[in-house]
Design a protein around this ligand. Structure first.
Ligand SMILES: [Zn+2]
Length: 378
């Protein structure tokens, strides 16, 4: 989930919102101001109603963030790095780097999120009861009641035993512990996620047919999101499984076509690139170290007046962590997202370019197209 707007950094974790969170804010505030609050306190002016509705919607988003922070704090305790927390239309996403080390860690990181939502529900519920007894304005009482109910819903919904929901992770943790096999546990949780997602999409369609179009669209949207996320996770699990016990040298495409930083771009495009089927080419400096990459698409678009310019001017520089050694474990490849042209890593040692790894190589790895002589060197 992309952060459109960075709100700030809390406990070293960048917190932001995706643009789609605006839709959630408008829908929540709209439903509150136009149907829930008028029913609770009919005599109140529109201005007060809308102010209370917007404020409640913002507090609702803050409770989503608190849920994600609970995950983040426990994850960190188990050594899992938290890259960011992003709020979007359908909730919050805490992005982790790395996987929980044990089934127990998996269970705890997952369970604390719904526990936080449950605690918030209790707090808002207590405030709602107190406000009612103390004779607070009906609008405030209604807002507190809505926040309590919504956090109960959040806790319950997230406990559904289907990946990528927290309940799916809890299921994965339990199965992992009982089967002793993380991969098969993850596949089971992902399958449960796919089934739940399709059931929700079906339910959404029925609701739409019954005329409840807002509920229907929302349910179908959440279902679609769950199916998509469960499938992505399933592929990710396959990839992790396929990478296990292999070295980068087992996965890479060796002896890739490549260029030099000082070489005229037109020369490279007209000779090496013209006869190659690679989508992307590493670029090497005078010392022999790979320093960048240029895509086939960029070379095809090369204008005639650019032909004499050095190839280095057209390359995208390589991050140092994208240059890996051949003996490193293949799992190191799963930490970087692909660059343009699908380039994941450049393999080099002793100022010598040895290979490249692209998304195609990883697809081949998952399909089993790479020899199954798993390295024992690791
Ligand atoms: Zn959660």
């Amino acid at each position: 989930m992309r952060q459109t707007l960075r709100l700030g950094t809390v406990m070293g974790i960048p917190v932001g919102v995706n643009w789609s969170v605006a839709a959630a804010l408008i829908i929540v505030a709209g439903v509150l101001a136009r149907s829930i609050l008028p029913a609770a306190s009919p005599g109140v002016s529109g201005g007060i109603r809308w102010t209370a509705a917007v404020l409640t919607a913002v507090i609702f988003l803050a409770s989503l963030a608190a849920h994600e922070f609970a995950h983040a704090v426990v994850a960190r305790r188990y050594g899992v790095k938290v890259v960011s927390i992003t709020l979007w239309m359908l909730g919050g996403v805490a992005q982790f780097e790395g996987e929980p080390p044990t089934a127990r860690a998996d269970l705890r990181i997952a369970a604390v999120g719904p526990a936080m939502s449950g605690a918030l529900a209790l707090a808002f519920g207590g405030a709602w009861a107190l406000a009612g007894v103390a004779g607070a304005p009906a609008t405030a009482v209604a807002c507190l009641g809505w926040l309590a109910a919504t956090n109960v819903l959040l806790a319950v919904f997230n406990l559904l035993p289907a990946a990528p929901l927290d309940g799916g992770r809890i299921l994965r943790g339990f199965l992992w512990r009982s089967r002793g096999d993380r991969v098969s546990a993850a596949h089971s949780a992902d399958r449960a996620g796919t089934v739940l997602g399709f059931v929700m999409m079906g339910g959404g369609l029925l609701a739409l047919l019954a005329g409840a179009w807002l509920d229907g669209i929302w349910l179908a949207l959440v279902g679609w999101f769950i199916v998509t996320a469960a499938r992505v996770e399933d592929r990710w699990t396959d990839l992790r499984e396929a990478a296990e016990g292999r070295r980068i040298a087992d996965v890479m495409t060796p002896h890739p076509a490549h260029g030099w930083t000082w070489q005229p771009a037109g020369d490279f495009a007209g000779t090496v690139a013209r006869t190659s089927r690679q989508p992307v080419f590493p670029v090497v400096d005078a010392a022999g170290d790979p320093v960048g990459a240029v895509t086939m698409i960029r070379l095809v678009r090369l204008r005639s007046e650019e032909a004499a310019t050095a190839l280095g001017r057209f390359m995208t520089p390589l991050d140092p962590d994208r240059v890996l050694g051949p003996e490193e474990p293949a799992s190191a490849l799963l930490k970087t997202t692909p660059m343009r042209g699908g380039l994941i890593a450049v393999v080099a040692a002793d100022h010598r370019l040895l290979g490249i790894v692209t998304t195609e190589d990883l697809q081949r790895l998952v399909r089993g197209g790479i020899g199954d002589s798993r390295s024992t060197a690791a």
